[in-house]
Design a binder for this molecule. Structure first.
Ligand SMILES: Cc1cc2nc3c(=O)[nH]c(=O)nc-3n(C[C@H](O)[C@H](O)[C@H](O)COP(=O)(O)OP(=O)(O)OC[C@H]3O[C@@H](n4cnc5c(N)ncnc54)[C@H](O)[C@@H]3O)c2cc1C
Length: 382
């Protein structure tokens, strides 16, 4: 039995497998990832264990489980390396699901199993220099030429962008005035028409963040993922999965930061007693626990709604993202404070978690933009 009503025994088994893998394989590699090493081997190992895309059917390389399993894996991996969790959730919860649900059969056949097993990497290429929050204004174009599409444009901040074998690219296929109604998605294989360059970022090092340029990339009709001019709907569907997973990354980061600070407060002494005996620090830790348990329930509930095909899912996906990311930022801040100078040093894991936490408030939609969406949902519901 799970102690959380949204989860069953099978989810706790998934957690056990993910946690064992994280402790055995990810914890020892986390420093190297933070130093910039893209975790390609670990993605493959996750794929072999069925941890990369657990919610995808086994015949397509997944584990035939559900979305809650995906969320539990992401939480456990994030405790060890938020960077690996970030790459894995894009590949597992967004790209694999997208190929499974929307790709044309021959493309799905060719790519999905390798993606779900971590043998091939596919990046999600939506944001551009002109526009991240205002994604309906993107400028990358796909123009029809005979029976083919020619794609031109620049994408920015693309996770796994440096190393991907293919890109799921959002491109304009109609007049810009139509905004989200003239955007389509294409699977574009890496070739000489694609130029990538690294972008230095504050945290989630090792995720291969890149600028990706598409110069006259030619793809066939079969590369279209979802219907023509309906790509934005697919993106929103992807992002609901992704945002729930970002909530789980935030949860994992907060749990890891709490564990570090709690252990440190017991062994470090000041004024002749352990830090843990100062009531103010006890309150910091108790508050972090209070918030973590509340957020955990929302993240698991979002995943439960997704599995139940409940209409509350889109709203709860946004709640999970906002709450999980805030939790990560606040808990790592407090954990670092409890750990003083050592917490601030690059020797401590909390320093990495603090940097990684900030990204969760920005990627997959800045929290302010997500609050706009939440307000729109509220106006419809109230
Ligand atoms: C580490 C990292 C990884 C990423 N990975 C990917 C990826 O794999 N694929 C991809 O496509 N993108 C990726 N992104 C891009 C990310 O999704 C965008 O950075 C994000 O959507 C914000 O867009 P922007 O940076 O252009 O900010 P802008 O749109 O310029 O907004 C800047 C700020 O203005 C505020 N703001 C903007 N619009 C509004 C509004 N309407 N109401 C209120 N406030 C507003 C917000 O506070 C926002 O943070 C990644 C980003 C980072 C940092």
């Amino acid at each position: 039995m799970s102690k959380y009503p949204q989860l069953g025994e099978e989810h706790e088994l998934v957690r056990k497998t993910a946690r064992e893998f994280a402790e055995r394989r990810v914890v020892p590699a986390a420093r190297a990832i933070d130093e910039g090493n893209y975790p390609r081997d670990l993605l493959r190992e996750m794929g072999d264990l069925g941890l990369l895309a657990p919610h995808i059917p086994q015949e397509f390389g997944g584990a035939g489980l559900d979305f809650r399993s995906m969320v539990i894996v992401v939480e456990e991996i994030a405790k060890a390396s938020p960077a690996l969790a970030t790459v894995a959730e894009v590949q597992g919860s967004m790209i694999s699901y997208n190929l499974y649900r929307y790709a044309q059969p021959n493309v799905r056949e060719k790519w999905l199993e390798d993606v779900a097993k971590g043998r091939k990497i596919v990046a999600f290429a939506l944001s551009e220099p002109c526009c991240g929050s205002d994604a309906a204004a993107i400028q990358t174009r796909a123009e029809r030429r005979g029976g083919e599409w020619v794609i031109n444009g620049v994408k920015l901040w693309i996770t796994s962008g440096l190393y991907a074998d293919a890109y799921l690219v959002a491109a304009r296929t109609g007049p810009p005035e139509l905004r989200h109604k003239s955007i389509s998605l294409f699977l574009v294989e890496r070739s000489r028409c694609i130029e990538t360059s690294p972008i230095k970022v504050m945290g989630v090092h090792g995720t291969g963040t890149a600028e990706v340029k598409f110069n006259d990339c030619v793809v066939g009709e079969e590369a279209l993922v979802g219907k023509l001019n309906e790509g934005f709907q697919v993106v929103l569907d992807d992002l609901n999965n992704g945002r729930t997973c970002v909530g789980a990354i935030g949860l994992g980061i907060a749990e890891a930061a709490f564990a570090e600070a709690y252990a440190y407060s017991k062994k470090r002494t000041a004024f002749g007693r352990p830090l843990a005996e100062f009531q103010v620090l006890q309150h910091y830790l108790a508050n972090a626990y209070v918030q973590t348990e509340a957020v955990r329930n929302v993240v698991y509930l979002a995943a439960f709604y997704r599995d139940a095909d409940d209409p509350s899912f889109p709203m709860y996906a946004q709640l999970a993202k906002v709450l999980g990311s805030r939790l990560a930022v606040e808990t790592t801040r407090v954990a670092m404070q409890i750990m003083g100078g050592f917490g601030y040093s690059t020797e401590s894991r909390v320093e990495m978690l603090y940097r990684d936490a900030k990204a969760t408030e920005i990627y997959e939609g800045a929290n302010e933009v997500i609050l706009n969406t939440i307000y729109k949902f509220l106006e419809k519901a109230l």
